[in-house]
Write a protein that binds this ligand. Structure first.
Ligand SMILES: Cc1cc2nc3c(=O)[nH]c(=O)nc-3n(C[C@H](O)[C@H](O)[C@H](O)COP(=O)(O)OP(=O)(O)OC[C@H]3O[C@@H](n4cnc5c(N)ncnc54)[C@H](O)[C@@H]3O)c2cc1C
Length: 452
């Protein structure tokens, strides 16, 4: 048999059966059918390393799967993608396939979704992440997509106008290629950066993968008594070499460092600060809604009324001010009683100090601690433990209106392989679905009836 004869031919080949790859394949079929290309004349195949598709969807949202976020595409872009160039890049995709499109698509497959007051959208009660994957299984069957599982692509190269894709002993000639191999976090789910290597060989620049939505491990472990203590509606701050980044939200002390929404959200900036400065100190502003002078007035007011009150009692009953504009999303907390002894110690105040004994110097120390509670120094922000990874295919080299490579015609990218990173709240899955849809919708479809 000649080499040519041994080569399989596929019209549209998708590498990676995650959220982006599955939607890309489904969208490509829809586009082909719209153009009256019979299914038999346009083969669409997904090659997936794992034994089943959607490994990350299954573990998303702790198994509940926060599929998207309520709101218009503009609202999702503003809330979910804080870096301007990433937001701009994703604009076309999020309008091409919106959160409502996703919810409608899932509902047609019998999976109803419902939004929570904080905007996160989950499958309705009684349903969970596996139901989302099953819905995509059905969609792929309806679209006559062939999903080949336990099939790892080892190399991809350009041959003439097509692509030569190698998996095991098989050599596949693909007219169009969509790389949807994901990021590099949670490598046990199959996403190990293979697509980035393939793209590099095509001449693409890769922005080095870095952690995002990841916990932070501190040089010194938090004291045992603090592990598990959660601070509500505070401002989490990273500071290194004169630069500072902060995020409002909840912070959780863990056995190894810090986690919780504000920490996960800021972890990408913290990792960057840490990388450039070699160290990064972490702080918590317990009263982000009040300037130091306002807080001082509150302390003085209480001290004036209750001179014999113990400072620690005041702290225990003192609500943490809700962040501006976030009331409803982040309910008022109080300073957890577990934190109070640490505040007293760091401010240099004795346990039984009363308001009447608080000198000006001590008051300044207390205010400084409340506005900048030291929460440790970064040891590492683990790339593999992030819900996502930042970095990936440089956005400048991808057409945002089609997801096609600007360097290699017929090559498309979708999902987390691209250099964007969304916030927590369903934004990352929505971006994977939307970029997948746009890539599939835009892919060049020749169809065998047409080109022969
Ligand atoms: C613990 C956790 C919780 C999360 N929770 C949420 C959430 O609730 N909401 C949300 O919006 N986002 C969440 N995310 C993020 C979200 O799951 C991802 O951003 C999204 O799934 C990425 O989709 P993708 O298709 O781009 O990549 P992936 O889902 O990573 O899919 C890539 C696929 O490509 C396959 N592959 C890789 N290389 C090859 C190869 N060489 N050959 C064949 N196949 C290959 C992989 O096996 C994998 O199946 C979470 C992530 C994690 C890890």
């Amino acid at each position: 048999m000649s080499l040519e004869a041994a080569m399989e031919r596929i019209d549209i080949l998708v590498v990676g059966g995650g959220a982006a790859g599955m939607l890309a394949a489904v969208a490509a079929r829809e586009a082909a059918r719209k153009r009256q290309i019979p299914d038999k004349d346009c083969s669409i195949v997904i090659l997936e390393r794992n034994a089943a598709p959607g490994a990350k969807i299954r573990i998303s949202g702790g198994g509940r799967c926060n599929v998207t976020h309520s709101g218009t595409p503009g609202e999702l872009l503003a809330k979910g993608f804080l870096r301007r160039e990433e937001e701009r890049f994703l604009r076309h995709a999020l309008y091409a396939f919106t959160g409502s499109d996703l919810v409608r698509m899932l509902a047609l497959q019998g999976v109803q979704c419902e939004g929570r007051p904080d905007g996160k959208v989950f499958p309705a009660a009684g349903l969970a992440a596996p139901d989302i994957v099953r819905a995509f299984d059905r969609l792929m069957r309806e679209a006559r997509i062939s999903l080949e599982a336990s099939c790892t692509v080892s190399s991809v190269e350009r041959v003439g106008d097509a692509f030569l894709v190698i998996t095991g002993e098989r050599r596949i000639n693909a007219s169009s290629l969509i790389l949807a191999t994901g990021g590099v976090s949670y490598p046990s789910t199959g996403s190990r950066g293979d697509g980035l290597l393939f793209a590099r060989r095509f001449g693409h620049n890769i922005v080095k993968p870095s952690p995002a939505l990841a916990p932070i491990i501190t040089l010194v472990k938090p004291p045992e008594e603090l592990a598990g203590v959660s601070l509500r509606a505070v401002s989490f701050i990273g500071s290194a070499a004169g630069k500072q980044a902060s995020r409002r939200g909840d912070v959780l002390f863990t056995h190894r460092g810090l986690s919780g929404p504000a920490v996960l959200s800021l972890s990408r900036d913290i990792a960057e600060l840490f990388r450039s400065a070699g160290s990064c100190d972490l702080f918590v502003d317990l009263f982000p809604g009040q300037r130091t002078e306002e807080l001082q007035e509150e302390l003085l007011r209480d001290a004036g009324k209750n001179g014999s009150r113990m400072v620690r009692k005041f702290l225990q009953s003192c609500p943490i001010a809700p962040p501006d504009g976030l009331s409803g999303e982040a309910p008022n907390g109080t300073i957890p009683s577990g934190l109070v002894p640490f505040i007293m110690r760091i401010a240099g105040l004795s346990d039984n100090l009363q308001w009447s004994g608080l000198t000006r110097e001590k008051r300044v120390a207390l205010l400084a601690t409340l506005k900048r509670f030291p929460a440790g120094s970064v040891k590492t922000v683990p790339l593999d433990q992030g819900e996502i990874s930042a970095g990936g295919i440089s956005l400048r080299e991808v057409n945002p209106k089609t997801m096609e490579s600007r360097l290699v015609p017929g090559l498309y990218f979708a999902g987390e392989i691209l250099d964007y990173a969304g916030e927590i709240g369903g934004f990352n899955l929505q971006a994977a679905f939307s970029t997948g849809w746009l890539a599939g919708e835009s892919v060049k479809i020749v169809g065998r009836g047409q080109d022969q």
